[in-house]
Every structure is written in structure tokens, then in C-alpha cells.
Ligand binder design. Structure first.
Ligand code: SF4
Ligand code: SF4
Length: 387
């Protein structure tokens, strides 16, 4: 997707008819539409062919270490926040074959993994997730060693954003300046307007492709009242945010507190399970594994997500550099909120709240940062130790 102009026009699409027309039009253009749907008690992302696939009338209750779906008292199609998955699972999949090798009587043949042939339309991308995709683009595409497979998958993605009308229980995007309204990085952005006798979406255009698509769909022009209603929905979500992270000087704060006693306190609770890294939409670390069959005639090299919470992640010549929970939690949080700036010029956190919700013991990155801020330099030194 290329964003060629800022949002200047707004239209109204009816739900469900107009939204179905949008899904159908994307299909006609060769896109596989992926979006939110309910499965196994959570809202996950999967193929969407009809409006009925969306989580109509569902919302999520999220708190530290807690996630539940509940019924809403209306039929909102996007009346929830982010779930355990992010768009990372498509653009940077958890398991990816890099190459396979086959040996027969004549020799050895090595085949690269086939290039992805699919064009995706992501339906229901939240503002924080657009920022997360932007961060992964910087890591995977804009560094000295671009990832060809990521580039192939990312190139043709059509993004239909959905502005949040309701904050999740662990969101803090306002303080990270990443939401709840999508302002760029999309082709189309929807705001759900529900109430009264009509259920509609205000549609803002973010690219030429988005403008071309919306022009083909039955729609009405949006009035100033519709725009005001959409703005009010987003403002309501912003006002519901129960958490915030004070980012002022956060890089210097964390880099200057490597020996803060709070790291010991959090290590008492942290299970080093790595859930926080798996659900985070910006974490990108991987490892590589080789497999072969029992006869030795075929082998495969596979790239899988890895986590800085494992001992193997920092294993070097006979030992793990980060052998304690203290050092591993500190590495993760300091990388996210501080060292990421040195590497990539941005924060590594977009305030989606997933790591808080899906931490089995409810460790909260906003609370941990605030605890260090409340008594900075409580530790002995300012160096980055390994333990
Ligand atoms: S912070 Fe929570 S989710 Fe992350 S490794 Fe520790 S226990 Fe697991
Ligand atoms: S660190 Fe936590 S809140 Fe920040 S982007 Fe990752 S999962 Fe979301």
C-alpha cells in the first residue's frame, strides 16, 4: 500500500450491505480478506468472506492477566479492542520454511521456499497496529539487510483501518501517541456509527487505491454531523483509557537504571514464559532450526519466532548471557522502551496492552516503568550488567 494523499474525503457505508460490498470488491480485485472473527473464546484474525464472519455483538473484557468475551447490548461489528493475535502472524509468520533439501541417487537439490502468491486485505486494523506494522517495516525492510519474504508479503497489503470506539481494558495508546484514531498508513479507515435507526460506517480515504475502491461502492457523502459523531466515538475511546505510560525521558531513565531493585521485584513474579513477546506486535526475534527425516534424504531449514525470555536466546559458548529472570525481563522492557530508539529511531511499544493482558501473572509494563520513575537511580550503578 502506498499512501499518496492525506485523508480529505469521507463517505458513509451501510452495515451490513455496504461493508459486504467492500469485502466483495476486495475479493474481485484478488485480495484475500483477513479480519477479526471469534474462535476458541477469543477474537482472532482469519479469512473473512462475509459480514457474518465478524464478531457481531461481541466485546472483550481485558485486565492484567485476564481476557474474556462478553455480549454487547448492540450488534456492533468492531466493538472490541485487540486480541491475542496481531497482523505480525501474517507478515512475519511464527514458522517459515527458508529452504528444503532433497538427496537422491544423483545428488542433492536445494529449493528455496516458494514466494507468497497471495495478496492480503487486512480488515479492522487498529491505529496502534498500523504503528506496529510501521515499526516492523523499519526492522524488516528498512535496515541494511531487508527480509525478502517479508517484503513480498507486505508489498500488496490493502489496509482497512477501524478507529476504536471503545478502549480495551489494558490499552494505553493515547500516551504512546499511536491511537485510538488512525491518521495515516491505511487505504481506507472506518469509524462505526451505531445507534438510532441506522448502523453505518464513516469511511475516510487514505490512498488512491482506497479512493478508487470506495468510488465503486454504493455510498453517501458524510455530513458534518456524521463526522462529529465519528470524532465523538474516538474521543470516547481515548477517554476510557485506564492506563498511561509516561514517555518523557524514558530512554535515559531505563538506560540509567540497569541496577534498579525493581528488576529483582519483577523477577520474583515473572515466569519467563515469553507470552509477552509472542503477543507483542513489534517483537521480531527469530531462531533457525534444521530438521531432517530419519532416512537423511530430505532436510528443511525453518525460521521460527524466538523470545528474549528463553535461556537459549542469549546462549554463547557454554552459557546464557542472561541467566536470570531479572536480566531477561530488564532486557525486554529496556529494549522496547529505550534501546529501540538507538536502533530504529522509535519506541518499540505502541501501547496495545497485549503483553499486560496475556501475561499469566499480570505484569504490567506501565506499572514497571512507573515504579522505576518513582525512585530513579535507586540501584548502585548505571552500567548494563548481564545478570
Ligand atoms: S512478563 Fe509475564 S508474559 Fe512476560 S515472560 Fe514474564 S510472566 Fe511471561
Ligand atoms: S510492549 Fe506490550 S503494550 Fe507495547 S506494543 Fe508490545 S505488547 Fe503492546
Amino acid at each position: 500500500m502506498s499512501v499518496t494523499r492525506s485523508v480529505t474525503q469521507a463517505a458513509l457505508l451501510d452495515a451490513p450491505g455496504g461493508l459486504q460490498a467492500l469485502i466483495d470488491a476486495l475479493g474481485v480485485r484478488g485480495y484475500q480478506v483477513l479480519g477479526p472473527t471469534v474462535r476458541d473464546g477469543a477474537i482472532i484474525y482469519d479469512t473473512i468472506t462475509q459480514v457474518a464472519d465478524l464478531p457481531a455483538g461481541w466485546t472483550d473484557q481485558q485486565e492484567a492477566g485476564r481476557y474474556r468475551l462478553e455480549r454487547r447490548d448492540d450488534d456492533a461489528l468492531f466493538g472490541f479492542a485487540v486480541g491475542p493475535q496481531s497482523w505480525k502472524r501474517f507478515l512475519h509468520p511464527p514458522v517459515e520454511s527458508l529452504w528444503t533439501m532433497r538427496r537422491d541417487g544423483t545428488g542433492v537439490t536445494i529449493s528455496s521456499a516458494p514466494a507468497a502468491a497471495v495478496k492480503w486485505a487486512f480488515l479492522g486494523v487498529r491505529a496502534c497496529e498500523i504503528h506496529a506494522i510501521g515499526i516492523q517495516d523499519r526492522v524488516m525492510l528498512e535496515g541494511p539487510y531487508p527480509d525478502d519474504a517479508y517484503a513480498m508479503r507486505r508489498r500488496d497489503v490493502f489496509i482497512v483501518a477501524v478507529n476504536c470506539g471503545q478502549a480495551g481494558g489494558t490499552c494505553f495508546c493515547v500516551s504512546m501517541h499511536t491511537g485510538p484514531k488512525a491518521v495515516s498508513g491505511f487505504d481506507l479507515a472506518l469509524t462505526e456509527l451505531i445507534g438510532g435507526d441506522r448502523h453505518r460506517f464513516l469511511v475516510e480515504v487514505g490512498s488512491e487505491a482506497g479512493a478508487e475502491l470506495i468510488a465503486q461502492l454504493p455510498h453517501e457523502p458524510a455530513s458534518a454531523e456524521h463526522q462529529a459523531a465519528a470524532d465523538a466515538a474516538v474521543a470516547r475511546a481515548a477517554g476510557q483509557m485506564g492506563r498511561s505510560l509516561d514517555t518523557a525521558g524514558i530512554k535515559e531513565l531505563l538506560q540509567g537504571n540497569a541496577d534498579h531493585p525493581r528488576w529483582d521485584e519483577v523477577a520474583e513474579r515473572c515466569l519467563t514464559c515469553g507470552n509477552c513477546t509472542m503477543v507483542c506486535p513489534t517483537c521480531f526475534c527469530t531462531t533457525v532450526e534444521d530438521h531432517s527425516d530419519l532416512t537423511g534424504s530430505t532436510a528443511e531449514r525453518v525460521r521460527t519466532w524466538d523470545s528474549c525470555f528463553t535461556m537459549d536466546f542469549s546462549y554463547l559458548h557454554g552459557g546464557s548471557v542472561r541467566s536470570t529472570a531479572r536480566s531477561r525481563y530488564r532486557q525486554w522492557m529496556t529494549h522496547k522502551l529505550a534501546n529501540w530508539f538507538d536502533q530504529f529511531g522509535t519506541s518499540g511499544c505502541v501501547g496495545c496492552g497485549r503483553c499486560i493482558t496475556w501475561c499469566p501473572v499480570g505484569i504490567d509494563i506501565t506499572h514497571e516503568a512507573a515504579a522505576i520513575r518513582s525512585s530513579p537511580n535507586a540501584g548502585k550503578g548505571e552500567q548494563h550488567g548481564g545478570s
